[in-house]
Design a protein around this ligand. Sequence first.
Ligand SMILES: NC(=O)c1ccc[n+]([C@@H]2O[C@H](COP(=O)([O-])OP(=O)(O)OC[C@H]3O[C@@H](n4cnc5c(N)ncnc54)[C@H](OP(=O)(O)O)[C@@H]3O)[C@@H](O)[C@H]2O)c1
Length: 257
Amino acid sequence: MNFDQFSMAGKTVLVTGASSGLGHHFAGLLAAAGARVLLAARRMDKLLARIEELRGKGHDAACIEMDVRNGESVRNGFAQATEAFGMPDVVINNAGMEPGVFTYITLEEDDWDAVIETNLKGVWLVSREASRLWIEQGCGGNIVNIASILGFRQQKGVTPYAVSKAGVLQLTRQIALEGARYDIRCNALAPGYFLSSVSSALLESDANEAFVRSIPQRRTGEMQDYDGALLLLASEASAHMTGQSIVVDGGHVVSSL
Ligand SMILES: NC(=O)c1ccc[n+]([C@@H]2O[C@H](COP(=O)([O-])OP(=O)(O)OC[C@H]3O[C@@H](n4cnc5c(N)ncnc54)[C@H](OP(=O)(O)O)[C@@H]3O)[C@@H](O)[C@H]2O)c1
């Protein structure tokens, strides 16, 4: 076994949604594994603070403003990224949101659009731009999509989010199928629940205790629980994997009915 396959040295990685939560954490993980990291999101103040932190630790980091819902913003972001750092070798599609707890009946149209555009269309827009540039430059590329166990299972109150994440899993397989001839591969990481602004409505509510009891390992995730799977998918250690998803959830999706 060549453990160097897990190294990110010499790789440039773009992480969307890097201004908070998992993206903020993954930027640090990938930088520590040797990558030059490009952090993307809308809140530039948060990104600038994070790159200062990473540079302070001796890492190579830069940031770009990008709204993943908007094709022009995605194109401009890649143009800036390429100018600052060269074309990223790996793209982590991590940006995501949820609108609060509504059933499909009480949900408003704007909230449906916001979730689907951010969580699903955003992944397509970023993957399309990266792939067009990789093809133009005649090099391959690697896409890692952050899905969710809600792409596999249902829960009341999160219809557009669950639909968007099921879409991300299918988009992952479509990109893998169509991208392989260009040496572009694409896999997904599907986390269970961890505390962030996406999940705080549930995990900080009175319902949390009973909810955690439904997870076989009886706990939600910590950021570092996802490190092994992310590093596998982002690195050459997964060179022969494409179109797959890895679930990291303490057994939540296999919990009994
Ligand atoms: N928390 C969980 O339990 C859980 C479970 C499974 C999967 N996930 C997934 O994990 C990923 C990270 O979420 P998180 O839990 O870490 O939540 P978070 O802290 O709220 O992070 C979400 C990130 O997405 C960015 N973002 C949102 N809309 C965007 C847009 N239009 N353009 C660009 N960036 C945008 C936000 O940055 P700006 O606001 O600065 O743009 C932020 O950095 C998401 O895909 C989420 O669905 C979360």
